[in-house]
Structure formats: structure tokens, C-alpha cells
Ligand binder design. Structure first.
Ligand code: SAM
Length: 334
């Protein structure tokens, strides 16, 4: 069989090489900026891609479409049964593939070493606060200790650089930027602040109340000397700054106030097998139907290429016609 290698280009010259794979829409936290206390109507089991289906799509992405990096996310990927085995099968596809995990770290202390042994390269852990009571307020679960332990286990297992993603919420944890940074530096973690985005299931986000990158800088600069890092940013979402002359850095992912769509190299696969060419896309392309309908690898690759071709120039959050996507972040895969 003749196999054609293509790339996931769009009309604006961008090429997607970084695949975010959501393994489940379920989560064991209830972060207030993400979902309501009662959770959401989870996808039924049969709608979710099996391990075999995930592995096949990742292989099509790497072998036929130029994917170089795979990040497993969710929902919470650690609640997906058999994650270690799935990482091992993904590693077997290509020893050079970058494989990472975005996680809340609950239970990571038990799985970090096995994940590293299976071939996971790195983790990004979400942690918004150093205060246990504030953590319980934001996530509606009293699990701060587990996250801190999970981070330490990831570091010990060599899943580095261990990155921490933090979202600041006005009046809740927005006073904590310097304390988070000081702690992350002391522990050897790379901290990045993420602007809150209009991706919550409750549609409570507002431009007026979100903490902007400018506010994050001014809070950090009250205690640290920040200078733009010399290394080129490339397609990385975080703007990096050297802290107090280095070597420590801090990142700011200003998706709302300083969008970086022009450099985007990402494509997302939802847990139910839909390709999304943007976090904020309003259309999806159904690869699960193709998979389950008996399509060949080439046919699936063709459908995927077509899905990317329609990627818009930017997410348009600041456009008056912006409409929040139907699916929240937890269902898309953050
Ligand atoms: N459960 C995993 C975790 O906690 O990292 C993976 C999925 S979670 C949706 C991925 C990231 O999205 C987390 O860092 C979370 O803080 C962030 N997130 C969720 N909703 C967000 C929002 N509305 N704006 C900005 N970040 C958000």
C-alpha cells in the first residue's frame, strides 16, 4: 500500500504538530471556573474512544500527519483506567515522540514512577493556591496535600521539567502570585499563570472580573525582578520571564489579552473522538464515526487534514460576535 505523508496545514500557514488527546471528560475536582459543583452529564462509556482507538489515531497522527508531540489531558486523565498501559502503547508507536500529561495530580504519587517507566516524558500539574482552605474553596474538594505530594512524586520520577499551571481568580487567590512563585522556585517547578478563559460550563466568565496578564505582572513585579527570557517563544503558549536574574523563570499564558493564535501548532482530539482545530472552535470533525465505520488510515487522515484546513485565524474572544463553544474546557481537553 502506498502511504502518503502530509501535514496538518491551515490557510494561514500554521502546521499542527502538537496533539492534545482528552482521555475522559470526567474529573474528580470541581474547579469553580470550570464546572458546577454537581459535575456535568458525562459521556456514556460507549461514546468514549477505547485504548485501541486512541492508539490508532495517535499512530495515524504521527505516521501520516507529522504529529511530534502528544499530551494526554481531560477531564482528569489519571481517572482513566489503564493510563500506564496506554502511555506504554503510545511510546511504542515512536521512541522520539514527546509524551506529556496535564493533570490535577490526585493519585499521581502512586502512578508517577509507573508512568515514567512506561515512557511518559513530562507532566503539567494544575495548582492555583498554596492555601489548603483556598484550594478546597476553588476545587470544592479538600485535596491540597495530594497535589503537593503528586508534584513531588513526579519530580522524583524524573517527569521534568515539572510545570505548574495556575489560574488566578479575583478575590479568591489573586493575592497569591508571589507566594506561588517563591514556592515553585524553591521546589524546582516551572510555574505558569493562565488567564481565565470563557470555557466554563456555567458561562460565568467575564472579561471585567478576570485577572489579566498585566495584573499578574504588576503583582509579581512588586516582589521580583522579571526580564523577558532570551530563548525564542516559538509556538509555546507561555511568555517566559527570567526571575531575579535567573536561572528560574515564570510563564504567563495570556490567551485572552495577548492571544498567540498566529503561532498555534495545536490540534485537539476529544474523548469521544472529535477533532477540534482550536480550543474555541465551534465545529468538530467526527473521527470516531470514521473509525467505527471501517475507514482506512488514509481516509481518516484525509478527514483530519480537512478539519485543520478550516482553522480560523484567531479565537476572537475580543470580537463582539464571539460565541463561547458549546463544550466546556473539561469536555474539550485543556
Ligand atoms: N484535570 C487536568 C488538570 O487539572 O490539569 C486536565 C484538564 S484541565 C481542564 C486543564 C487546565 O485547564 C487546568 O490547568 C485548569 O486550571 C485549566 N482550566 C480549566 N478551565 C479553565 C478556564 N475557564 N480558563 C483557564 N483555564 C482553565
Amino acid at each position: 500500500m502506498v502511504v502518503t505523508t502530509r501535514s496538518l496545514d491551515d490557510r494561514y500557514g500554521r502546521v499542527a504538530t502538537d496533539l492534545r488527546v482528552s482521555l475522559t471528560d470526567r474529573c474528580n475536582l470541581r474547579c469553580s471556573y470550570c464546572m458546577p459543583p454537581e459535575g456535568l452529564d458525562w459521556l456514556p462509556d460507549e461514546a468514549v474512544l477505547s485504548h485501541d482507538e486512541v492508539v490508532r489515531l495517535v499512530r495515524i497522527g504521527t505516521d501520516l500527519l507529522g504529529i511530534q508531540e502528544v499530551r494526554f489531558t481531560g477531564g482528569e486523565p489519571l481517572v482513566r483506567r489503564g493510563l500506564v498501559g496506554l502511555v506504554g502503547r503510545t511510546r511504542a508507536i515512536d521512541p522520539a515522540l514527546e509524551i506529556s500529561l496535564t493533570t490535577n495530580a490526585l493519585g499521581l504519587s502512586r502512578q508517577a514512577q509507573a508512568l515514567a517507566d512506561a515512557g511518559l516524558d513530562r507532566v503539567n500539574v494544575s495548582l492555583d493556591t498554596m492555601r489548603a482552605d483556598t484550594f478546597a474553596e476553588i476545587t470544592r474538594r479538600d485535596r491540597h496535600r495530594d497535589v503537593v505530594d503528586g508534584l513531588a512524586a513526579a519530580r522524583a520520577a524524573g517527569l521534568g521539567p515539572v510545570k505548574i499551571n495556575a489560574v488566578l481568580l479575583r478575590g479568591v487567590n489573586d493575592d497569591e502570585a508571589p507566594a506561588l512563585l517563591r514556592w515553585a522556585i524553591a521546589e524546582g517547578y516551572d510555574l505558569r499563570f493562565i488567564e481565565q478563559m470563557p470555557l466554563d460550563a456555567q458561562h460565568n466568565w467575564s472579561r471585567e472580573s478576570m485577572i489579566t496578564a498585566d495584573e499578574i505582572f504588576s503583582r509579581l513585579e512588586a516582589e521580583f525582578d522579571l526580564t523577558p527570557a532570551s530563548e525564542p517563544r516559538g509556538s509555546a503558549p507561555a511568555e517566559l520571564f527570567t526571575v531575579d536574574g535567573g536561572p528560574a523563570t515564570v510563564g504567563v499564558i495570556a490567551s485572552v489579552t495577548r492571544p498567540f493564535c498566529g503561532d498555534c501548532d495545536r490540534v485537539r482530539l476529544t474523548a469521544d473522538g472529535q477533532i477540534r482545530n482550536c480550543l474555541f472552535a465551534r465545529e468538530e470533525s467526527d473521527l470516531r464515526a470514521a473509525l467505527r465505520g471501517g475507514a482506512t488510515d488514509e481516509q481518516i487522515a484525509d478527514r483530519w487534514v480537512l478539519a485543520m484546513a478550516g482553522k480560523r485565524a484567531g479565537h476572537g474572544i475580543d470580537d463582539p460576535t464571539f460565541l463561547q463553544p458549546d463544550r466546556p474546557m473539561s469536555a474539550i481537553g485543556g
